[in-house]
Every structure is written in structure tokens, then in C-alpha cells.
Write a protein that binds this ligand. Sequence first.
Ligand code: ADP
Ligand code: SF4
Length: 617
Amino acid sequence: MRLWDDSDIPTHRLMVEKVHQHEALAGIQLAHNGLHVSNRFTRSPTLSPSGGTGGWIDPVQSRAMSKRDIRELRRWHRDAAIRAKQAGYDIVYVYAAHNMSIFMHFLQSRYNQRGDEYGGSLQNRVRLLREVLEETKEAIGDSCAVALRFAVDEAEDTELRFDKEGRGVVEMLADLPDLWDVNISGWENDSLSSRFGRCGHQERYISFVKQITAKPVVGVGRFTSPDEMVAQIKRGTLDFIGAARPSIADPFLPKKIEQGRIEEIRECIGCNICTTGDHFAVPIRCTQNPAMGEEFRKGWHPENIAPAASQDRILIIGAGPAGLECALALAKRGYHVVLAERGEELGGRVLLESRLPGLSEWRWVIDHRIYMLRQKPNVQIYAQSELILQDVLDYGFERVVVATGAHWRTDCLGRSIHMPVTISEHARIVSVDDILRNVEVGGRVIIYDDDYYYMANVIAEKLCANGCAVTYVTSAGEVAPYTAATLEQDRIIERLLQLEVEIICGNTVTSVDTASVEISCRYSGRRSNLDCDVFIPVTERIPRQEIMAIAATPSALGEHGIKSIEAIGDCHAPATIAAAVYAGHLYARQLDNPLDQRYGFSRENYQPQVLVPPRAR
Ligand code: ADP
Ligand code: SF4
């Protein structure tokens, strides 16, 4: 959001009033992003302490700020703080974190090489942050708390470390802010995915802060467990618990703790699908909370759902994330639900994938839903119950939901290969499904990644741990490009290199033989042969749609009293776990209650108004 001038205030006020209606305080973080951004929208040169390129790929350099620029920046910040107060905010943040803020750039000697009183010694580099804090307090401190969001460490070998200059900054500003909000920089370290770090991982960096300041301290660390929250308070690390991802996954987290409904918390699994929304400039999405980002557009409340609008009984086939979520949301509505799963255990792909290295917390997607479903008297669950089409017809449920998932291809076809690949009869091809079922694999393994997310690299990790020599070949120009959006890509590459995985980018597969695989460079067409005992293609999945064949003959359905049959999740269109959960939820919301908007959601259309462009010159 913006607070550039007074015309922005009413939008903020609207939001603040809603927050206040819930007896909560409203806070705002004011940000100037310095050279972290490229000003693609305004086309103005970006500003920085002493010029140079920033974090993005754009071929633009920032402009070194003059003293006048610094005065202007202070004025902008002060004015924005006053507008924030006018909008009704209770807490106004000064932001110096994530490597994304001009005030942090002034602190960092790699960006700040100024020769004046704003550069050089730490005392000088802190000057701007101190001035802004003082001016913000002076402007609005009578009624607003002024918080400082500060990264005490960059989790890499720079001066801004918690035991070096990070500590120095806290000592210099100790009691100036009303609240210290401390974390580590950059965003990928702050919002570490569960694959690479556990809940509370920031404690060792931030625990010193409370020893220095008398002001309250808040921190984050993907806290989902109330025990861990209490432990951090009791150990004297924090006064307040910050929870961003945990409250995306479950906005009612504090309420559930307050009411002792701990078992009902939908715990964040640390997958970072939420950060992809920011990366791709679309509304936020969450694996655990399918209502996230749909509150306005679809009118979805994360906890409440409309009661059933018919007596229809619903048969759901398949208890993966789509089937489980569908069953739970329908059960909440009050429908009578029967869930049939062919496996011994419920959970589908999540059950299997959560056994891969680093993904154990993903199990919470199914644990939460299985627990909640077991509390529902209107749900019957049958494991070890593989259904065929005839069963579906014989049972005669009014509604049938097919959530039977998908299986991985083994023929290499996918995003980048569209023509059949020559595969020798004796080649040892192992599918992703085999790996998920722990089929023995040894020797020289080639993993071909045309999927671009976690599966290929996580299998590489698993097989390295089993002693295989792994080569990772991808059609992409870089390793696992989608994981840039989940903030994991650098760590994935680092891990593959640590495990001595050979990485070959920009190549597709042309043939698979008994002891070798031929690959072809996408750019030059040059072919090369790689020794290989086992080949694992990670390309696409094929939906399991056998039962859906009946949908083509509606009369047959009618004869058996079936009003509708619908495929959801991976058996409809294979995608992420988040997409499967969403698909299950969407079905449940829409049953007997179709969304009436043309697009399935409301659009945020601007009202027409007469805009007067500046006079043409
Ligand atoms: P999604 O991500 O769409 O939920 P999954 O692959 O995770 O898909 O889950 C599909 C589930 O459906 C699996 O647990 C699988 O065992 C189950 N399944 C597949 N076919 C049948 C069937 N014919 N009858 C019952 N369960 C089935
Ligand atoms: Fe947590 Fe994943 Fe939801 Fe983000 S998308 S809040 S990481 S469960």
C-alpha cells in the first residue's frame, strides 16, 4: 500500500477501523526500499547511500544521495508517519531489515561508502536511522508507539552480525524505539522454509537484544507451537511472539490458544507457497489455509462456512490433500460424507512426500485434517477401500467427488520434451512413485528435472544419502527455478553442491540406454553421453481418471441416483499440494452454493472517474 499523500489516507482508515472493531491494534511499517528496488513503475532512478547496483536483475544503478536527498527522505518519512496517525494507526514502524530498506543500506558499509557524517564509523552509519526514529517519535509519539524493525544479523559473513555491528546498533539505540522487532536478513533467512530450518531458528541471533534494552522485544521464527512460544518468553528471549506465516496458515491461532483449542490449530508447514504470491505479484496463497487470499474475492472466512443446503450424501474417493480437505469442509457444512481410500493410511501424496528429506512437517497438512475429521460424527472414513466405477454406481450417493490423484510419467515427456524419447528395453527407469515407495536404487543415477520445483532435488538428496552418485540434469537454465519464489533456490543449489551432485542445466534427454543416457543442449543442440545405471525422470504426472469415465454418460448417473460426479485436485489437473487443498475446499464451498460472479470471484474494479492528465507540453 502507499501513503504518498493525503488521498491515500481513507483507504488505510477503512482498514484500521476494521482492525479496531476486533479490539486489536493496527500497525503500519513504512518503507523506502532504497537500491533494493528498481523503480520499474515510477521510472525514477533509485536512491542509495553511495550509488551502485542493488539486489534485482535490472540493469540500473542507484543514485548516491545528496544531503538534500537525505533531508527529503526524512521529510517523506515524517509526513507518512503523520498520515499513518491520521489514518488511526496505533503502531508505526521504522524499517531497517531484510536488506530491503534504505535505513538498513545506510547501516551496511558495503552500500554506504560516504565520506560525510552519514558514512564511515558505525556511529555515523546509524545517524540517519536515529534521526528518523527521533523525528517519528516527535511527530506522532504522543499517541502512537514507534517500533523499529531491525535485522540484527545477515546470517552470512558481513559486518552486520549479531555479535558485531548488529549488537552495536542495538546498544546505540537501546531505549529509543518503543518496541524492538528483531529478525535476521535477508528475507530468505528470515522466512526460512521448514526444509532448511526449524521453528524458532532465529533465537540464537536475537536473544541478546533483551539484555540491552528496557523496551519490549518481539521476534518471529515460524512459531506454531504454543509450548515453543512460552519457552521463548520464559527464557527471556522475547516479550511478544510474532507470527506471520503461522497466522497466514491459521488466522485464529491466538484465539485457539486462548480457548485451549490447541489441537485445532492449522499449523504452518513452512513450505513458503505464501511467498510465491509476492514473487509473482498475485494474491497470497497458503497450503494450509485455502481461504487465504480469497476473503474478499470469494467472501471466504477462514473458519466459518455456510451450512449445508441439501440432504445430499457425498462419496469422496481418495484421501490425499484434496479429498481430506473436501471431506472436512463438507463435514463442517453439515453434509453426510463418506471418504474411501485405497491405501492403508490416509494422506495420499503428502503421506509419501513428507518422508522425503526435510519435508517431515508437510505431514501436518494431513494430520490436521485427519484429526478434525475424526471429531465429526457425520463423516465415515474407510481405508483399504479401493473403489471401482461399478462400486460408485451401486452405492448411489447423490454426489461423488473423485480425488484419486495422479501418477508420475516415466517416458520423459513433459514441459520440454513433446516427441517420444528412445528408451532401450533394458534401461533401468525408476519412477518418482517408486522412489516415494522406497524402491532400492544404487550406483550412478541420473535425475532429469523438467518439473522445476522440489521433487527432483529432494530425490537427489535422498539418493546421495543412500550412497548413489547422482547427476542432476534439467531442461531449465537454472536449478529448480520455481524455488526462487519459495526463497529456497540458493539453499537447494548449495545442498546439491555439498552432496557433490553433478549439475547440468539447459539439457533435455534424447535417449535412455542400459548403461548411459544421451542428453542434448537446448541452446546448441550438442549431444553428450552420461554413464547411468538408473534413470529417474521427474517431468509430469498423469491424472487417475478411470472413475470419471462415467461423467460422459449423464443418463447412467441419473439411473443410479447420482446428481453429479466431479474430479478435484491432482486427478483433475496435477499441481501443488496447495492447489489440491484449494480444489477440495472450492468444491465444498460451491456445493449447492454456486459462486454467482462470472469469474468465480469479485474483481477490484476502480470506479470510473475523470482523470485529468498533466497539460501536454
Ligand atoms: P490429491 O493431491 O489430488 O489429493 P493424492 O495423490 O495425494 O491426490 O491422493 C489421491 C489418493 O487417492 C491416494 O491416497 C490414493 O491412494 C487414492 N486413490 C486412488 N485411486 C483410488 C480408488 N480407486 N479408490 C480409493 N482411493 C483411491
Ligand atoms: Fe505456512 Fe506454507 Fe501457508 Fe506459507 S503457505 S503460511 S509456509 S503453510
